[in-house]
Design a binder for this molecule. Structure first.
Ligand code: SF4
Ligand code: SF4
Length: 60
């Protein structure tokens, strides 16, 4: 399973990753975006590219 990390020091809760991920890996929980379904990740790296703050790291 890939390891997906959100750096909450950088994240501004724009939710771009939630709308970008084709696999529904991210979910909004309260005032945070969380990695809810990492087992669904296909390592396409669209979220890394889309995050405006370089807050996401995907490691295989
Ligand atoms: S795209 Fe980046 S800044 Fe926006 S909610 Fe996701 S992790 Fe946070
Ligand atoms: S690498 Fe692709 S499938 Fe994995 S969380 Fe990011 S956008 Fe979703």
């Amino acid at each position: 399973m890939p390891t997906i990390t959100i750096d909450y020091e950088k994240c501004t809760f724009c939710q771009t990753c939630v709308s970008t991920c084709p696999m529904g890996v991210y979910e909004v929980q309260g005032d945070k975006v969380v990695v809810a379904n990492p087992d669904e990740c296909v390592v396409c790296r669209a979220c890394e590219a889309a995050c405006p703050n370089e807050a996401i790291t995907v490691e295989e």
